[in-house]
Design a protein around this ligand. Sequence first.
Ligand code: DX5
Length: 218
Amino acid sequence: MVIIEPSILSADFTKLGDAVREAEGAGVTWIQIDVMDGRFVPNINFGPGVVAAIRPLVKLKLDVHLMIVEPEKYIKLFAESGADRIIVHQEVCYHLHRVLESIRELGIQSGVTLNPGTPPSAIGEVLELADFVQVMGVNPGFGGQKFIWSQLDKIRAIKEMLDRKGLDVPIGLDGGIDTETAPEVVRAGATVLVAGSSVYNNRARVRDNIRALLDSVQ
Ligand code: DX5
């Protein structure tokens, strides 16, 4: 089953409470909160305070995507702030195996993600420690960018790696999801579509945008 996971990076920051409530009203079960430090990515935005502020507003599961250096320093704080899953970038974890273990030790789900330039083999040794594998469809830092089509092969490669190990771990694609790319991404093996600007925009309501994405992958 394919799920749409809205990313609030493209929502109206003056109305984040409304944005997450609209997503919940549209029937989604996860929402992604992008955390950026201006060092790993050329943008700065949410911190644990935003996660804590959103937490009591919805029953949605909060998926915190750490686009920061030294994520290991902050996973406890984000978990305490209400994260149900924390996704870290392989590129900034000297000890990725240990970081994923420590996220699970906090009693929440672990996620690992790869930039477009990082090969799937970079996570081959930690798949057993990941509850979620996220492929970046864009270079992280901003919403509304063009999808990098070469990432379809990476989804296929990761799916093969998981199948070979007998691991039933969902694969997500984050970045560049719209009604054109979504079907190809699902065909490649992803079941979680993290979508920002195709959900939060001034073209249509959140629920209508989510419905359009789901219809595109039927
Ligand atoms: C980019 C973020 C993505 C982004 C997706 O760094 O990780 O979640 O918000 O935005 P769209 O769907 O607009 O590409």
